[in-house]
Design a protein around this ligand. Structure first.
Ligand code: 6PG
Length: 467
């Protein structure tokens, strides 16, 4: 009985796909689901080829008995309370030295807490990206927790991970919730990438009066250039897909309110906690929240009307591609900056090149650019990504188009919050003499907070503020 290499709890879409992936790679996996009917259905779906690799179990006790000690058990259950409930049910059945691995989209603070609370049962957190297809055929895996626990699961996780030109897209990133933290930033970037693509879709749809399939063709063309990525590729397919019921583009009948499970929002929240500036991600999160307010938007449109929409040839599709390229570089520069800030704040010693390498394949934000990012970060992990020569050169060329595109959008009343946020970030970062001297003056005026003088470097200075 007890010869499975690993256990897996939770046979939802992601859990089932991950279990099949593990079995497919030659490991024996024992599985358990809250409802036995689902376990049986899963075993049937797995088919005879994988049957010898998979042990379906009906009780948690049976699951534990089916795994070779010391045991490693992956949890693939919804984040939050269900993970705590599952740990509470499982832990009493385990023995010292066994290991629980949370592979869901956990909040890294929960992972920190759980790592500290499971006593002589180990706890390890892995961020898994790539949706169902990734989980089945090779996800990107961001691991965090005790290095000793990593060595227990490294072989299996490496075997099941996506492959980028012979290099597995999995890495042990750091202690505690480091893996889940990096996955959270991944999702924040995912939100921003998606929002910036949606903004260019809006410019083409509302500003250039292009049809969805025409826009799909543009995305498809962009996928042959510097923007080559999974998200651009699927956006092309999404835009081109026809709806059988209306005989028109499916995109045209989809409600314009984006859902969210929360990880993008956590990125913005954590960024504020550690004072890491990620304005493009914050703009994307805010845009998702605003998208849900459909009634309010309809009311405001009735009240204020829409702006003069057509762009009248003010910008070209090429300029839009360049603007998106610039926005993407600025956003990733912020995201990696946030990971570096967290590494300092929590003493995690995260490797930014490893993060970029793990994101090159398997995950939702995979893109051609990430390989260059990995190289640029390896070259100098302390330098801001936007300042790496290869990206500085692209930005020097493309920021002109970003300004033109944002300018045209603003002039014609088309909202491009993430792209304009990227531009504002760029302008802020290349302004050595900013405007916060005024803020320091105001703070000193009303609260005697003091300021530092530029001329003699003295600090703790005050007014007088009288004229
Ligand atoms: C991934 C994704 C995934 C996420 C979905 C939905 O890396 O595979 O990030 O983990 O859950 O994309 O996220 P939202 O519901 O927040 O859009």
């Amino acid at each position: 009985m007890s010869d499975a290499d690993i256990g897996l709890i939770g046979l939802g879409t992601m859990g089932a796909a991950l279990a099949l992936n593990i079995a497919d790679n030659g490991f024996e996996v024992a599985v358990w689901n809250r409802t036995t009917a689902r376990t049986q259905e899963f075993a049937k779906e797995a088919g005879p080829f994988l049957a010898s690799q998979i042990t379906p179990t009906e009780t948690l006790k049976d699951l534990v008995a089916a795994i070779r000690a010391p045991r490693a058990i992956i949890l693939m259950v919804p984040a939050g309370q269900p993970v705590d409930d599952q740990i509470a049910a499982l832990a009493p059945l385990l023995s010292p030295g066994d290991l629980i691995i949370d592979a869901g989209n956990a909040n890294f603070r929960d992972t920190n807490r759980r790592s500290a609370a499971t006593g002589n049962i180990g706890f390890f957190g892995i961020g898994v990206s790539g949706g169902e297809e990734g989980a089945r055929n090779g996800p990107s895996i961001m691991a965090g927790g005790d290095a000793a626990h990593w060595s227990r699961v490294e072989t299996i996780l490496t075997a099941i991970a996506a492959d980028f030109q012979g290099s597995p897209c999995v890495a042990y990133l750091g202690p505690e919730g480091a893996g889940h933290f990096v996955k959270t930033v991944h999702n924040g970037i995912e939100y921003a990438d998606m929002q910036m693509i949606a903004e260019t879709y809006g410019l083409m749809r509302d500003g250039m009066e292009m049809t969805a399939p025409e826009i799909g063709n543009v995305f498809s063309g962009w996928n042959d250039g510097p923007l080559k990525s999974y998200l651009i590729e699927i956006s092309a397919t999404v835009a081109r897909t026809q709806d059988a019921a209306t005989n028109g583009p499916l995109l045209d009948v989809i409600v314009d309110a984006a859902g969210q499970k929360g990880t993008g929002r956590w990125t913005a929240i954590e960024a504020q906690h550690i004072a890491a500036p990620v304005p493009v991600i914050e703009a994307a999160v805010a845009a998702r929240n605003l998208s849900a307010r459909r009634d309010a938007r309809a009311e405001m449109e009735a009240l204020f009307g829409t702006g003069p929409v057509p762009l009248n040839g003010d910008i070209t599709l090429d300029e839009m591609e360049q603007a998106l390229t610039a926005g993407k570089i600025l956003c990733y520069s912020q995201g990696f900056g946030m990971i570096a800030a967290a590494s300092n704040e929590f003493g995690w010693d995260l490797s930014l090149p490893d993060v970029a390498r793990v994101w090159r394949e398997g995950c939702i934000i995979r893109s051609a650019m990430l390989d260059d990012m990995a190289a640029a970060l390896s070259d100098d992990p302390k330098r801001a990504l936007m300042a790496a020569p290869v990206f500085a050169e692209i930005l020097a060329e493309t920021h002109v188009a970003l300004r033109k595109v944002v300018g045209a959008a603003v002039a014609h009343g088309i909202a491009v919050p993430a792209l304009s946020s990227g531009l504002a970030y760029f302008d802020t970062m290349r302004t050595a003499r900013g405007t916060a001297n005024m803020i320091q003056g105001q703070r000193d005026y009303f609260g005697l907070h003091g300021f530092e003088r530029l001329d003699d470097g003295s600090s703790g200075q005050h007014g007088p503020w009288a004229v």
